[in-house]
Design a protein around this ligand. Structure first.
Ligand code: 13P
Length: 253
């Protein structure tokens, strides 16, 4: 049994002064869902406030990116050691917005993912195709490349700290959700690709989240699918009631 994991990705939307209230509201609204792993990934500058507000609750805190070097002259970056030191336990790597706007490649995703796993962070590695790629019939090729390069040299033992997020780029922030069948098809492909990398038995243990306009109204049907083990939530993670609605769906899935 894979424990469902619902993680919010706040993106660049919540100020440090607003952080504690949102984390506390999430913790309060989701107390009864002990069978779901609940995470808020916040801008790095919000992490201290988020960690303090989440202390003693069921909510885990993460960041939205990390660098692969331990330290050095990398202006604007944060290391995995800094994240661990801050009390955060999760990190998102390779989000499509990082790929689209900040030059992230499958190779840098791989460096970041391996560093994050080595630091003991639960690492959510994002993959997903653009609409253009899907319409050109390149879905399988793109997902396999993102997986094979992005997870190169990730071992079966590393998979204890690995989560994969399938986020079709065309569904992010657009209100367009992949249908449960469309999502399940890609989740199955992701698991099969992972099986070739680390073995089928290990691949069965790795959670695969869906992300892209997930909300309380569509979460249950997505989470009912065999290979959909959670969600990575943007917009709906900014309102505790909506986020809790998705977590409720995961608790009952
Ligand atoms: P939305 O839920 O706003 O579509 O964002 C999804 C996402 O990018 C989560 O990482």
């Amino acid at each position: 049994m894979r424990k469902k994991i619902i993680a919010g990705n706040w993106k660049m939307n919540v100020k440090p002064s607003e952080t504690a209230a949102l984390v506390k509201a999430v913790a309060e609204a989701t107390k009864q869902y002990g069978n779901v792993e609940i995470v808020c990934c916040t801008p790095a500058i919000d992490v201290p406030a988020a960690v303090a507000a989440a202390a003693g609750t069921q909510v885990g805190i993460g960041t939205e990116n990390c660098h692969w070097k331990d330290s050095g002259a990398y202006t604007g970056e944060i290391s995995t050691g800094m994240i661990v030191d801050s009390g955060a336990k999760y990190v998102i790597v390779g989000h499509s917005e990082r790929r689209q706007y900040f030059g992230e490649t499958d190779e840098t995703v791989n460096l970041r993912a391996r560093a994050a796993i080595a630091a003991g962070l639960t690492t959510m590695v994002c993959v997903g195709e653009t609409l253009e790629e899907r319409e050109a019939g390149k879905l399988v090729e793109v997902i396999e490349r993102q997986m094979n390069v992005g997870l190169k040299d990730v071992t079966a033992a590393d998979c204890a700290k690995l989560v994969i997020a399938y986020e079709p780029v065309w569904a992010i922030g657009t209100g367009k959700t992949a249908t449960p069948d469309q999502a399940q098809e890609v989740h199955a492909l992701i698991r099969a690709t992972l099986a070739k990398l680390v073995g089928a038995e290990t691949a069965e243990t790795v959670r695969i989240q869906y992300g892209g306009s997930m909300k309380p109204g569509n979460a249950a049907e997505l989470l009912a699918k065999k290979d959909i083990d959670g969600g990575l939530i943007g917009g709906a993670a900014l309102k505790a009631a909506d986020f809790a609605g998705i977590i409720a769906a995961a608790a009952n899935a």
